[in-house]
Design a binder for this molecule. Structure first.
Ligand code: SUG
Length: 453
């Protein structure tokens, strides 16, 4: 599916989902992410989490959508604990950290790399100045547990998108508050079809230099204008291809820590909440002026869905997928079904409205949702031409065989119960390394982990 209505059928969007890692746990690490804060300390089920993710990938692949998979990271990141002064054997480092700095231990065990919408910002070759696909890993400097991701993310991306004829990789931006970057979760490409020219909507929460100081008061704004501008520059985009929009501070203060919790776009469709942007009209006008095709806005008013309901249901953290017949499918988390206002909005305003969305698919990703990660957080969108898809390295495109092998791999290596107290268990660290070593061979991606260098 997922071809271009404009006739350029060569390009498809491939969604690369993050495989949930064996240390998936609820550590309450993300200030301003209400699900993470609410589920702090709850026992997790890493096996179920990984299988839920694999089921989502498989069911979308079965429907004909191009689906890829990205590897989890090496956790616990014992190297990070050593950098922070812990020493001795791995078991001694884990024990000392659990006794002296339990919050640090939780952070270095986080499986947060599963949310690959934050892995990087990607620009398709159709739009870049050198006609290659460009990647910038997000620096994720807003939180310590996520700041640990970009180095390995960069190695994973360069290993899969290895062919320099087609793919260009940039370093993550300087990891400092002025260039705080959370990747594709704050980036939306609007276009006619995937192969047509795109307009890149970058949504930021605050401006580091200058600005008028209108910012959230309660929770942090994770993306800066300066970071988004730098990524657009790295990727060779010109002023007529980009729109920079400030997120509504009220939304951030209600728990909308990324734009993809309040808006999702695909092709010419922008599905968003009334309080997604600080200046809604100006944003739409600028997109309309730059987009080569009429914009199809689907606006959900506050009176239909409150910010609280948007955040608890993750209505907007949906995947909006293109079908061959020009229609679109919205993949929503199960929590949308449990919320009457949200479910009504989906049935009445969205499915019955004058827009291409013809179908809603419900997916259960509860294990991830409890940490604030819905269907859209779990995937990195990469629009690729046929030649670019052929140039991919590794065995990362989902099909029955790969799904079966990954499911078996999960069942062999993952625990089904993990509490914060279990994180100091040196056996968990050993199990994880064994599992990941095997995974790099299964996916044929080479030695991407620090322990393999
Ligand atoms: O960065 N949660 C992640 C969720 C990321 C969701 N991604 C997108 N919206 N694209 C975060 O807040 C919680 C980890 C913990 O509390 O154990 C966490 O990191």
């Amino acid at each position: 599916m997922s071809s271009s209505p404009s006739g350029i059928t060569d390009h498809r969007e491939v969604n690369f989902d993050g495989l949930v890692g064996p240390t998936h746990n609820y550590a309450g690490l993300a200030h301003g992410n209400v699900a993470s804060m609410r589920h702090d300390g709850l026992a997790s089920n890493p096996r179920e989490a990984a299988l839920q993710g694999l089921d989502k990938m498989k069911s979308l692949a079965d429907l004909g959508y191009a689906q890829g998979v990205l590897l989890p990271q090496q956790r616990p990141d014992i190297g990070a604990l050593r950098e922070l002064g812990f020493s001795g054997s791995n078991a001694e480092v884990l024990k000392a950290a659990s006794e002296q700095a339990p919050q640090l231990l939780r952070a270095v065990c986080s499986a947060s790399s599963m949310w690959t919408a934050n892995a990087a910002t990607v620009t398709p070759s159709r739009d870049t100045s050198d006609a290659r696909v460009h990647f910038t890993p997000a620096n994720l400097q807003s939180s310590f547990h996520r700041y640990l991701e970009p180095a390995t993310t960069g190695r994973i991306l360069t290993s899969i998108f290895r062919d320099e004829t087609y793919f260009a990789h940039h370093p993550a931006l300087p990891a400092t508050p002025a260039f705080s970057d959370e990747g594709a979760a704050n980036h939306t490409r609007l276009c006619d079809g995937h192969g047509g020219p795109g307009v890149h909507l970058y949504v930021y929460g605050r401006q580091a230099f200058g600005g008028d100081g209108v910012e959230p008061q309660r929770y942090p704004a994770r993306q800066t204008l300066e970071a988004s501008q730098a990524v657009a520059r790295q990727h060779g985009l010109s002023a007529d291809q980009v729109v920079f929009a400030q997120q509504h501070p009220e939304a951030i203060d209600a728990g909308v820590f990324h734009n993809d919790v309040i808006a999702v776009g695909n092709g010419p469709v922008l599905f968003y909440h009334e309080l997604a942007f600080r200046d809604e009209e100006a944003v739409l006008d600028e997109i309309r002026a730059k987009l080569s095709t009429p914009l199809i806005p689907i606006r959900v008013p506050l009176e239909a869905v409150s910010l609280e309901d948007a955040v608890s249901s993750y209505l907007f953290n949906s995947q909006l997928l293109s079908n061959d017949d020009g229609s679109m499918t919205l993949v929503v988390p199960g929590e949308c079904q449990e919320n009457e206002a949200v479910w009504n909005a989906l049935q009445n305003a969205i499915l019955a409205g004058p827009n291409p969305i013809g179908e809603v698919l419900v997916k259960d990703v509860k294990q991830s949702m409890r940490n604030g990660g819905g269907p859209a957080c779990l995937r990195l969108r990469v629009v690729l031409s046929e030649a670019e898809r052929t140039a991919l390295s590794g065995r990362v495109i989902m099909n029955d065989g790969l799904h079966g092998e990954l499911g078996e791999w999960v069942k062999r290596h993952y625990r089904d119960h993990l509490t914060p107290a279990d994180l100091a268990d040196p056996k968990l660290a050993e199990e994880t390394l064994t599992a990941l070593d095997e995974l790099t061979r299964l996916l044929k991606v080479g030695n991407v982990y620090a322990f393999q260098q």
